[in-house]
Design a binder for this molecule. Structure first.
Ligand SMILES: [Fe+2]
Ligand SMILES: [Fe+2]
Length: 191
């Protein structure tokens, strides 16, 4: 099913910087590969991935104004890392007419994860973290796990992110609750 027209799709690709386009292409390849393994709708994967980072790289002022415009939670102000996901989701609803909750959630939670993620959400979350352009300690272990175990690979990624943030001086209370909830949820599921 076509969730957006070819023209809209092209417009979004054209709006991405070269660097973001390469990343998005990498995410798309990885996400489609995982969709084949774990079972997810390729059209939903494509729309979510193409849109997931359209607001990545924008300045805080612009993002804060969009947060006001869309009535998004104030906690995302001055936090481009998280707000770009929420704004992309709101734009998809308003400007692209996307109503499919699974696609919207996959974009909205692609950075943090959340409790009770669907297969599509997990695939987009993980593909974003392990696409071929990503290079950080442990990424190959997560890639390997992602070939057979979606929950286990998501958990590895979340634990890696939380561990990294802690090493930067953040306590668990200061890390976005959705990330902590996503980890706790998967610990319960993978036990
Ligand atoms: Fe992102
Ligand atoms: Fe991304």
């Amino acid at each position: 099913m076509d969730y957006i027209s070819r023209t809209e799709k092209q417009k979004i690709w054209d709006s991405l910087t070269e660097k973001r386009r390469v990343h998005t292409q990498g995410v798309l390849e990885k996400a489609l590969e995982m969709a084949g393994i774990f079972g997810a709708d390729a059209d939903k994967v494509e729309v979510a991935v193409i849109c997931h980072d359209v607001y990545r790289g924008r300045k805080d002022d612009e993002l804060n104004a969009l947060i006001d415009e869309f009535g998004i939670d104030e906690r995302y102000k001055n936090n481009a890392n998280l707000s770009h996901s929420k704004i992309a989701c709101a734009m998809m609803k308003r400007d692209l007419g996307i109503t499919d909750e699974d696609i919207l959630n996959a974009v909205s939670y692609h950075t943090t994860g959340r409790r009770g993620m669907s297969v599509l959400e997990k695939i987009v979350f993980l593909a974003d973290a392990i696409e071929k352009g990503r290079d950080y300690p442990g990424v190959d272990d997560i890639r390997k796990r992602a070939e057979t175990d979606l929950d286990g690979a998501c958990l590895m990624s979340l634990e890696g992110t939380i561990g990294f943030l802690k090493s930067q001086g953040f306590s668990e209370d200061e890390i976005d609750t959705d990330t902590i909830d996503a980890r706790d949820d998967l610990i319960d599921k993978t036990l």
